[in-house]
Design a protein around this ligand. Structure first.
Ligand SMILES: CC(C)(COP(=O)(O)OP(=O)(O)OC[C@H]1O[C@@H](n2cnc3c(N)ncnc32)[C@H](O)[C@@H]1OP(=O)(O)O)[C@@H](O)C(=O)NCCC(=O)NCCS
Length: 225
């Protein structure tokens, strides 16, 4: 049986979930992932970041070596995923950049009938799909999902879920997620994973997603705030 540091009986370990998330994130954004020496690197090239280095439950020596890479850099992040509580203690020249995001997971169920009034349109793009709500030809809510892993039993990775500020708390985010989850289930996925912002966590928790890991991102202390 798999060791499960996240403490969810019947689910694979955190490393497996993080690998699936990274692979699906890379599919969703069409970005390359490089793995070496216990770390994964994604060429983000947006939001002030050139590179994001990801490690899950790193041993102390790997964590220290990975964080030291940040000293003197301005465009690299290191994101550490941990299942348990963790008080990060970055070395000199490195600061905590983001510490309120989490990795969340959900056992997927078939889509509930959306009803004739649903305004969500799902567009397929190969192993990705985009769910969108339009009002007067403007996007009011949108989200992506990508499939990764064995075609018979893929993992679904949701990404870039967003509702226009003027349209929040009207159920659009939930409708977009329902459409993405339903599309993924219809394509064989029984497990879904995503990285959630604080606002996202409230939405996903309301939809039954649960926290699998804390995410802490670090950057060089001289980089942009
Ligand atoms: C997160 C986000 C997509 C939610 O979209 P939304 O259309 O407002 O979500 P919904 O109206 O479908 O919310 C459904 C339920 O989720 C929960 N929820 C959603 N947003 C919440 C918030 N900000 N605070 C508390 N609960 C929230 C509530 O239970 C809500 O039901 P209720 O309104 O009846 O109480 C939106 O806030 C957003 O775009 N934020 C900025 C981008 C972002 O962080 N995206 C997530 C990336 S992981």
């Amino acid at each position: 049986m798999d060791h499960d540091p996240a403490g969810h009986p019947g689910h694979p370990g955190l490393g497996d979930l993080v690998d699936a998330w990274l692979d699906g994130y890379a599919v969703a954004r069409q970005l390359p992932v490089l793995r070496h020496d216990g770390v994964a690197e994604i060429e983000i090239a947006s939001g002030g970041r050139r590179l994001e280095v990801v490690v899950a439950e790193p041993a102390p020596a790997l964590l220290e070596a990975t964080l030291r890479r940040l000293v003197g850099t301005t465009d690299v992040w290191v994101t550490v995923l941990t299942a348990g509580q963790w008080a990060p203690d970055p070395p000199d020249g490195v600061r905590v950049q983001v510490d309120d995001e989490v990795l969340m997971t959900l056992d997927l169920a078939p889509a509930a009938p959306s009803g004739s009034g649903s305004r969500v349109v799902v567009e397929e793009h190969g192993d990705r799909a985009r769910a969108v709500v339009l009002e007067h030809e403007a996007v009011t809510a949108v989200g992506w999902v990508a499939l990764t892993g064995p075609p018979a039993t893929p993992t679904a990775v949701a990404d870039r879920v967003w509702t226009a500020e003027t349209h929040r708390r009207r159920g659009l985010g939930g409708a977009v997620m329902g459409a993405l989850q339903g599309w993924a289930h219809a394509h064989g996925a029984r497990r879904a994973v995503l990285a959630a912002s604080v606002e996202g966590q409230a939405l996903y928790a309301a939809l039954g997603w649960r926290v699998a890991a804390r995410m802490t991102s670090f950057a060089g202390a001289d980089g942009p705030p």
